[in-house]
Design a protein around this ligand. Structure first.
Ligand code: SAM
Length: 421
């Protein structure tokens, strides 16, 4: 007999304080909802918006055990559509988003806006207007080698990240992001050793000696050429076409926020900001308009297969109650329930000619309490563990036992399992 579909739009991990929220939000349409909860609280915003490329970006979706084993990703999905009726509509979306971010930021807060050569000029002028020229801090050049090499002009091998402060009282700690030591950096100068035995190179200018110690830490300038784009076989890759490297976000969050600070990304994509925030002890609000993006982000946060993530987090996203059915059973034991996922069929799977269970990306069991699902245990496909667990366990708590299921297209569904004796 089929489990009963139920509606639920809020999820959190049972018994774990929440490190942050992943949510579905369309900017700037949903600005009001974000501002009503987080205005003035955000320390760092990172925005990696669409670049107005005129393209539809795809992502490869792995369906079932075989795809996960081979890393094939046999189903093509749309990551996001970056086609705009005209330049004005793109810039109007960006203006609304940047205005929202300005209000989300605390007085000490800063914003990093990632763009490329297509839209950087109008975005720079827009940022000067919205944040003030005196709050401009850097135009960071992120230089890389990957991508095509045009012969019609010089190959375009950098993105630009505009760095602005909300006010002149902003927080910034360059010392949190050393990129090595001075050893080998000033080889053209003569090497000497001081009275304490420390090696240095020196130059005298205007009668003054400048010393560069080999063991002094070195910090990045505004040209970042030491962080490569993700390679084809990089284990960090999620299949999402414009995914940014975690190393880029680690540098940004480390210098512009402290542990416990709230960081925000309103074009979250595959969830790079959320994943780095979770790993580095920041709290986060990460939003995207695409349900698929939310699914990828959730996969990255649940990096420990079978068990709960290192820190809990909340998800706020629409769910579907139609177009699918599941067979799920719950068996009471002494102090726990065993929950079995037996079958899943959906209209999407049928339309793609796939077995429904192969299209299940992740399932979990937990409780419904009020309007929130409290997740106890989840099973998520991964390269290391391509099969879904057929059974999960959860303790007996007050609340209605429930099963949550996400398919490869990002559709979220909740079902009340059948009780078996
Ligand atoms: C360049 S990608 C972000 C990639 C991300 N930094 C990563 O590392 O995976 C841009 C994202 O913005 C989202 N997006 C586009 N327009 C949006 C809007 N108006 N509101 C919210 N999200 C939007 C897309 O769905 C896409 O996931």
């Amino acid at each position: 007999m089929a489990a009963k579909p139920v509606k639920c739009e809020k999820t959190q991990w049972l018994g774990m304080p929440s490190a942050g929220t992943l949510l579905t939000a369309e900017m700037p349409r949903d600005a009001g909802a974000l501002l009503s909860r987080w205005a003035g609280q955000v320390q760092t915003v990172y925005l990696d918006p669409p670049f107005n490329t005129g393209k539809v970006f795809e992502t490869r979706l792995a369906a079932g055990e075989e795809d996960w084993k081979t890393g094939r990703g046999s189903v093509r999905g749309v990551a996001y559509d970056d086609r705009w009726p005209d330049r004005e509509s793109y810039l109007s979306m960006m203006r609304g988003t940047l205005e929202t971010c300005r209000e989300l930021l605390s007085r000490e807060g800063t914003l990093f806006l990632h763009a490329d050569s297509r839209m950087i000029a109008p975005l720079r002028l827009m940022m000067d207007e919205l944040f003030g020229e005196s709050c401009f801090l850097n135009e960071i050049i992120w230089a890389y080698q990957s991508g095509g090499r045009s012969k019609a002009f010089f190959p375009r091998k950098h993105d630009t990240i505009l760095f602005y402060a909300k006010s002149r009282q902003y927080y910034f700690n360059l010392k949190a992001v050393p990129v090595g030591t001075g050893a080998g950096r000033h080889n053209h100068m003569r090497r000497q050793v001081d009275e304490e035995g420390r090696a240095y190179r020196a130059i005298t200018s205007g009668g003054k000696e400048y010393r560069y110690y080999d063991d002094d830490p070195v910090y990045p300038s505004d040209v970042w050429s030491d962080i490569p784009h993700l390679q084809q076989r990089d284990p960090e890759r999620t299949g999402f076409e414009t995914q940014k490297p975690a190393a880029l976000l680690r540098r940004i969050l480390a210098c512009a926020s402290r542990e416990g600070d709230l960081v925000c990304d309103l074009f979250s994509g595959s969830g790079t900001t959320a994943a780095v925030a979770l790993q580095t002890g920041r709290r986060f609000v990460c939003a995207d308009r695409s349900p698929l993006s939310l699914t990828l982000a959730e996969r990255r946060l649940d990096a420990r297969p079978g068990g709960p993530p290192e820190r809990g987090y909340a998800v706020e996203a629409p769910c579907r109650t139609e177009g699918a059915s599941a067979e799920a059973l719950i068996t009471p034991a002494i102090a726990s329930y065993s929950v079995f996922l037996k079958d899943f069929v959906s209209d999407e799977a049928a339309a793609a000619g796939l077995c429904g269970m192969d299209t299940v990306e992740r399932w979990s069991c937990g409780f419904l309490r009020g309007d929130t699902y409290h997740c106890c245990q989840s099973s998520q496909r991964s390269r290391r563990q391509p099969q879904l667990a057929p059974m999960l366990e959860m303790p007996v708590y007050a609340g209605v036992p429930c099963v949550q299921l996400t398919d490869i297209w990002g559709n979220r569904r909740f079902f009340l399992p059948e009780r078996s004796l």
